[in-house]
Structures are given as structure tokens and as C-alpha cells.
Ligand binder design. Sequence first.
Ligand SMILES: [Zn+2]
Length: 135
Amino acid sequence: MDFFEPRINADNAPFWEGCKAHELRFQRCKRCGKVRWPAAYLCPECLSEDTEWVTLPNRGTLYSYVVMQKPFHPSLAEKVPYVIAEVDLAEGVRITTNMFDCDVSALKCGGEVAIDFLDSETYSRPIAIWKGASE
Ligand SMILES: [Zn+2]
């Protein structure tokens, strides 16, 4: 079974197109420079509609996480236990993503993660890969 599909709309479509190309693309306000996620019609800082898309590096730091002992969706049943991670990217963007096949006991907030992509026929989704604690 494939994962449940994201809800793709006019605002977030460029993000999902970037994922197909294995790039993290986010909106940046052309007035104030705020990079934002989730995608939105207006900048939450200055309410400008003037937006451009930028590509951020495929790496970040683990802000927080939970270990799921029961699957959120039937498609995740074989992944249990799996991690839902909050990852801080460059320019202040924080994304929620999955982290599979990692040693849960080794995870530490503030550690490094890389962002890879899990491809399916219709879309690709970002997946965090644990790179280790920076000590
Ligand atoms: Zn703005």
C-alpha cells in the first residue's frame, strides 16, 4: 500500500513539484524576505502577495520528534515503530516529516538530518535521514 497522498493545491503545488525533482522549494516574500511553510497566498509577516520560490539545502537539524508505536495510517503499519520529526531547515523553515529505519535510541534534538525523498507514481515526499548528534 502506498502512503496517503498530500492535498496539493495552487499554493503548494510548486513545493510538491520540487519534491519530484528532489529539491526543497519554499515561498519567499519578495517584500520582507520571510521564507514560509506551509505555502500560503499571503505573507504572514507583512501580508504581501508578492512571492517567489527558493530552493533550500536538503539538510537541517532535528527540532523535536515522537516515536509512533501504532500506525497513524494503514500504509504505515509495516514501519512501526517510526518517527515523526520536526526538522529546522535554513532560513527559519520548520517542516514535519517522517524518519524511517533509524536507531530511535540515538536520536537527539539538535542533531543533524539530511532530507531525502520517497518517490511514488504520483508524487514524492520528503523523508528525514538521521546523520547524528553534533557533540
Ligand atoms: Zn512579507
